[in-house]
Write a protein that binds this ligand. Structure first.
Ligand SMILES: [Zn+2]
Length: 276
């Protein structure tokens, strides 16, 4: 499942390719992919719009247009593929293609999604973006928070357990299952610990570690576990750097086998000896 680094990798790749391009009429292979507005309005409102910049908030990709914002959430298995020449020259027939977004110059952006949970929104302005798309989404963990802000947010959620808290996109946006497990391991924090049990040093270290791990994930092109691909179809490499995620029964550097448990409804990997 794409998390902040994977979406940021896509953002960085797409921005120079798409800037100042103008959308032609979208093709909706699966209209229910469009979360807002109606499929008909999406098609008529996007055609003719020019890309001005691409931003990101948590796991949302935000394509800023001359009028409004095209927001994309990849959810479980969504991916965006850019092709220079529209349809036929794409890398082999894609049977999971849900939406094709051609540009007036013949290039195109294709949204594919095996599991069909990914969504696109087209809103008219920032107010709609906030009220319709990002209503329950907290500040971006990489771009919107200094350490003091993060510590204040932690203090408001002192009863919460760290794994569940970091996954909560209303707390901060961007962390998912893989990067959360890696951060808690590096900080030697047990996933079930409550925020109020952390010392100030541990909180500051958690903030710094989250930013380090996300930056490494971006530098490695993201993590490819099952389906993630960047916008040119390449896999990420950060999976080779993972210390605990996906490594059940392998040995931690301390010699203890890594355990897997269900925490906050998610498969969670940790070292029972290192993480207290
Ligand atoms: Zn260990």
């Amino acid at each position: 499942m794409p998390e902040l680094p994977e979406v940021e990798v896509i953002r960085r790749e797409l921005e120079p390719l798409l800037i100042e391009k103008t959308f032609a009429a979208p093709v909706l292979h699966m209209p229910s992919t469009i979360a807002y507005p109606s499929a008909e309005e999406f098609v008529s409102d996007l055609a003719g719009q020019t890309v001005k910049s691409i931003a990101r908030r948590g796991k949302y990709l935000l394509i800023n247009l001359a009028r409004g914002v095209l927001a994309v959430h990849l959810r479980m298995t969504g991916n965006l593929l850019y092709t220079e020449a529209a349809e036929a020259k794409g890398p082999k027939e894609d049977r999971y293609r849900r939406v094709s977004l051609p540009f007036s110059d013949g290039s195109a952006l294709h949204f594919s999604d095996m599991r069909r949970f990914g969504r696109l929104w087209l809103v008219g302005n920032d107010h709609e973006l906030q009220s319709i798309v990002l209503r329950r989404i907290g500040p971006d963990i990489l771009n919107d928070l200094c350490c003091e802000d993060f510590l204040q947010l932690l203090d408001k959620r002192e009863q919460s357990r760290l794994k569940a808290l970091l996954l909560d996109q209303g707390f901060t946006a961007g962390m998912g299952n893989i990067y959360t497990d890696e951060c808690l391991f590096r900080c030697k924090i047990h996933p079930l610990r409550q925020a109020k049990t952390l010392s100030r040093d541990e909180k500051e270290n958690l903030y710094a570690t989250i930013r380090d791990v996300l930056a490494e994930g971006i530098a490695y092109g993201g993590t490819t576990f099952r389906d993630y691909r960047n916008s040119s179809g390449a896999r990420g490499d950060f999976q080779s750097m993972l210390s605990v995620y996906g490594r059940k029964d392998e040995r931690c550097s301390c010699g203890t086998p890594i355990e897997k448990a269900t925490v906050a409804g998610r498969g969670t990997y940790y070292c029972p000896r290192c993480q207290k």
